[in-house]
Design a protein around this ligand. Structure first.
Ligand code: 0RA
Length: 646
């Protein structure tokens, strides 16, 4: 164990000695991140991770996750079953130790190769502490064993309740509404995305997700089975489903380097964005880290060597940079690290130094083989890199314009911007409004003290399909950069967004509540996701929610945001009301817009967050890419209002 790990262990032990389960209930965010929807779903991941561990040890191949009618969750597996015998040190059954001692995890099973574990690796005892009720059932040694708990407190000693020919573990828990005050309702799609991801990351395992709250057309519970025989290779195909491949097949490798299990898969497509996804012990490392650096290093050095030897770059007048090798690249790096060190703002950046060279070597070997065996593909890749270098050269000039324009200098702000008078950015908001006419209404309706308006012309550029220099040359996009006061490049990272001079801490996208409006909203979000992700991650991006209806009766006027609300209002008014359907923001007058959508006292802003970058990437490439059928399917599925939950 490293010094750092020992220290962590020590503090974990002392917390355990002092407060144990009570501490988890007192400070839940310390253990599961937050007590909103994210933390709520984290409980499921934590329990599933234990079953995944059992599967990675080779003892289990089937996992079931069920959302029960009452929003409780059942997770079961066909592993060995958690031991139920007496735990010598603690004097109670091992099951009880696992369920009630913080940090007990798989400690007493030293042989198990335990590398999985939730974001904070806190174990199922945390889930128990944060559950109103939890029941553990173990199928083991020919018997069925059971124990129940309330808010982490054991209700009775482990007892045998029947006989069993199979082995396995089943946990059912009811999240505690005292802790999860915002919501205890599980979202099927959120769980499905994670289960799909886990199935790709751990090939061979079958994960079945069932939602007992809903039935399909056949009258059966909504259910999906996630299973992948090819793992990351299939994951790449899933991610790039709507992109055109540049090469014949997914390049993939799987092996161990310096004792570190490494899995890599990649493909080039004809697009321009770089989509790298990295995982450590099944956890998505949004901030990257040493494994990602290793991937980049291996990729760049191998391709550079190949390209140099091929002579294809001889006539190129400028240097190829690392970025050029990654245009149109979709890749996944997944490593298993015994004692991962997580750094960064959201603790999703791998710090372990030794991982860089392990991944770099793995990638070099894999790529060298592939290029040698597929000369046609190799040529395509080098051609693409060359084009990327040329485009970058053009983009550099355009970008410089964006960088140089200092919004604070005289005449620096875009002419279309109606700025606010407040100087403190934390108090300021800017509304990005679709169209000049709605922009005009918003300008009249706003509180000019702290609200600025930037009207955008019609449909903004689809950055998903545009080369970088086109993006930086685009007028609307240039206006967004200068209005926000953000620049590209920090001391650490030349491509990172510099938010130091951000002029508004709330950036609100305000579009019509119709199909066109939602398309424009998606275009703007795509731009933010690809070019200003830090702005989203910093919690600065919001979506305004204008009402859909105005219900009138006599002098009474009320707004409704959906059909159900409209009907309720009509009923409460005693029927026979006049109903106006807002087709766009432009149909509202300034006062109405302020009352319903802009006034902080009454409006609802949806904060944009990136729950799952991998899934978000796929959705954007699908919505904004070339292929129409999947886009139509998505929009039809979400017909009422194509709502992208980034
Ligand atoms: C430690 C030892 C053994 C099994 C497990 C942990 C185990 C834990 C979980 C959590 C969910 N499902 C699980 N399945 C197994 C067994 C050791 C042995 O049988 O020798």
């Amino acid at each position: 164990m490293s010094e750092e790990a020992k220290k962590n262990q020590y503090s974990a032990d002392s917390i355990q000695a002092l407060e144990g389960m009570e501490h988890v209930r007192m400070r839940p965010s310390m253990y599961i991140g937050d007590v909103g929807p994210r933390g709520l779903h984290h409980l499921v991941y934590e329990v599933v991770d234990n079953s995944i561990d059992e599967a990675m040890g080779g003892y289990c191949d089937t996992i079931g996750v069920t959302i029960n009618e009452d929003n409780s969750i059942t997770v079961n597996d066909n592993g060995r079953g958690i031991p139920v015998g007496l735990h010598q040190k603690e004097g109670v059954s091992a099951l009880e130790v696992v369920m009630t001692k913080i940090g007990a995890g798989g400690k007493f099973d030293k042989d198990s190769y335990k590398v999985s574990g939730g974001l904070h690796g806190v174990g199922v005892s945390c889930v128990n502490a944060l559950s109103k009720h939890l029941k553990a059932t173990v199928f083991r040694e020919g018997k069925i064993w059971e124990q129940e708990y309330e808010r982490g407190k054991t209700l009775y000693p482990v007892k045998s309740v029947g006989e069993s020919k199979v082995t396995g573990t089943e946990v059912t828990f009811v999240p505690d509404d005292i802790i999860f005050t915002q919501t205890t309702e599980y979202n099927y799609e959120t769980l499905a995305n994670r289960m799909r991801e886990l199935a790709y990351l751990n090939k061979g395992i079958t994960i079945t997700l069932t939602d007992k709250r809903n039935k399909d057309e056949k009258g059966e519970f909504v259910s999906e089975v996630f299973h992948s025989e090819e793992g990351l290779k299939e994951f790449i195909r899933f991610l790039d489903e709507t992109r055109d491949p540049l090469i014949q097949s997914v390049i993939a490798m799987e092996g161990e380097k310096n004792g570190i299990p490494v899995e890599v898969a990649m493909i080039y497509n004809t697009g321009y964005s770089e989509n790298l996804h990295s995982y450590v012990n099944n956890i998505n490392t949004h901030e990257g880290g040493t494994h990602l650096s290793g991937f980049r290093r291996g990729l760049t050095s191998t391709l550079k060597k190949y390209a140099d030897n091929s002579g294809m770059l001889d006539k190129l007048k400028f240097e190829i940079s690392g970025d050029d090798f990654r245009e149109g690249l979709t890749a996944i790096v997944s490593v298993k690290v015994a004692e991962p060190q997580f750094e960064g703002q959201t603790k999703t950046k791998l710090g372990n130094r030794e991982v860089t060279s392990a991944v770099s070597q793995a990638v070099s070997e894999m790529l060298t083989d592939y290029l040698e065996e597929h000369p046609e593909d190799a040529k395509q890749i080098v051609e693409k890199v060359k084009l990327a270098a040329q485009a970058r050269h053009a983009a550099a000039k355009a970008r410089e314009m964006v960088q140089r324009k200092n919004p604070m200098s005289v005449g620096g702000l875009p002419g279309k911007l109606s700025d606010c008078s407040e100087q403190d950015p934390t108090k300021c908001e800017v509304f990005l409004v679709e169209g000049d006419s709605a922009g005009g209404t918003a300008k009249q309706g706003r509180d000019r003290m702290f609200q600025a308006i930037l009207p955008l012309r019609g449909k903004i550029l689809n950055v998903e399909k545009a080369m970088q220099h086109k993006v930086f040359e685009n007028e609307e996009i240039k206006n967004i950069y200068t209005a926000l006061g953000v620049t590209i490049g920090t001391e650490e990272d030349s491509k990172a967004l510099n938010l130091e001079k951000l002029r508004y801490h709330k950036v609100v996208i305000m579009c019509d509540a119709d199909v066109d409006g939602s398309h424009i909203e998606t275009l703007i979000l795509t731009f933010f996701f690809r070019y200003m992700r830090e702005l989203i991650e910093g919690g600065h991006v919001y979506i305004a929610t204008p009402p859909l209806y105005l219900v009138k009766k006599g002098a009474k006027r009320r707004y409704a945001w959906d059909d159900k609300e409209r009907d309720e209002i009509v009923e409460s008014m005693g029927g026979a009301a006049g109903i106006q359907r807002y087709k766009g923001l432009g149909e509202m007058n300034a006062e109405q817009l302020w009352d319903t959508t802009m006034n902080p006292e009454f409006r609802t802003l949806r904060q944009v967050s990136i729950d799952n970058a991998t899934e978000t990437d796929r959705i954007f490439s699908m919505l904004m890419g070339d292929e129409v059928p999947p886009r139509r399917e998505f929009i039809e599925k979400n017909a009422v209002y194509a709502n992208i939950d980034v």
